[in-house]
Write a new protein. Structure first.
Length: 349
């Protein structure tokens, strides 16, 4: 971030290693470089708690929060840094980027101009000028933001309707809604992926064609790769699934929904260690946003050998509404189970 943390060991006052904010800061940086973002956040939060007066700790925490989409919290931290120490000009540039991601282009432009005023020749100056040009282009391109927001709201409502129909088992009705969305928004890949899933679940092989078409136009689409890994495994074709599973094992998505989707998919196809490595990085609050995610963690934990934690996790998942967890708890209460009985299915609610 361009700032050097203060030395934690002042003359004549040695700070024990595990009480040092600097120690947790550097561990957080290491986790960040490995793209273990949730772990990086925990470590940086610890560094901030121990050494609250070090601006660089706060700024780095804000940067990682921005990468996982927590732009508001990131900006709150950056604003607090500026309140305490107004010479950390980089905060304005980072806040500008956050505002841009939030779609608050006027605020983003204001922060960018403030940074350029303070730092006309600094390491982020070129990036700030590029951002300013982009922000002005965005504002000129579309003068009617309200109409755009209405279109987006309608699209989201249509997709939520389709997802609800899938959960209710009304597949044909869901297909009709999804096809309408695709006709109106041809590059809305989320609808393509949902349609492929529905078609596969009713035995329509055209699901594979949809996935291949999406990958031709959007080669890095994670949801499509998740679908193909699941489709082939459920068809008993492990060889065809292998390249998609391998690619999923290599990614740690920054987007929270994608991160969880990849973890659930890996667990569904039997890659329990890879699923566990991702889910263990989540906080309890993040896990419990979805009952089936808690159950997914229970299954991954079981297959990674930590059997003592399985029943408590299943009980919590059942409390949150997981049908799979309830069924697994019943098996565990009857007596010994086989590994094949402890499974996770991403499509069961």
């Amino acid at each position: 971030m361009g700032l050097k943390p203060k030395d934690e060991q002042e003359k004549g006052n040695v700070v024990p290693l595990f009480q040092s904010g600097d120690y947790f800061f550097h561990r957080g940086i290491e986790a960040y470089r490995k793209n273990h973002l949730q772990r990086a956040i925990k470590l940086l939060e610890r560094a901030v708690k121990i050494t609250n007066t070090e601006p660089v700790f706060h700024v780095q925490l804000a940067a990682v929060l921005s990468e996982i989409g927590e732009y508001e919290r990131s900006n709150e931290i950056l604003q607090n840094v500026l309140t305490e120490k107004d010479d950390v000009a980089e905060c304005y540039f980072f806040m500008a980027n956050n505002y841009a991601y939030l779609g608050l282009f006027e605020k983003a432009e204001k922060m960018t101009l403030r940074y350029l005023e303070l730092c006309p020749d600094d390491r982020f100056t070129n990036d700030a000028n590029d951002l300013l040009e982009l922000l002005r282009f965005e504002r000129e391109e579309d003068d009617d933001w309200d109409d755009l927001e209405e279109d987006e709201d309608e699209l989201i409502a249509q997709f939520e309707r389709a997802s609800y129909l899938v959960k209710q088992g009304e597949m044909q009705a869901a297909i009709a809604v999804l096809e309408t969305i695709i006709d109106e928004h041809p590059t809305y890949w989320t609808a393509h992926n949902q349609l492929a899933e529905v078609l596969f679940r009713i035995g329509d092989a055209s699901a594979f064609d949809i996935c291949e078409t999406v990958l031709e136009k959007d080669p890095g689409n994670l949801s499509t790769r998740c679908n193909l890994a699941l489709f082939y495994i459920k068809n008993g074709d492990a060889k065809s699934a292998e390249p998609y599973i391998k690619s999923l094992c290599q990614v740690y998505p920054m987007d929270g929904d994608h991160y969880m989707k990849v973890a659930e998919t890996l667990c569904s196809v039997g890659e329990y260690k890879a699923a566990y490595d991702r889910l263990k990085e989540l906080t309890r609050w993040e896990l419990e946003q979805k009952a089936e995610l808690v159950y997914c963690f229970a299954v991954a934990t079981y297959h990674c050998g930590d059997r003592k934690k399985v029943s408590p996790l299943c009980k919590r998942a059942e409390e949150l509404g997981s049908k799979q967890a309830a069924a697994t708890l019943a098996l565990l209460e009857k007596g010994p189970v086989t590994d094949d009985q402890i499974r996770f299915d991403i499509w069961v609610d």
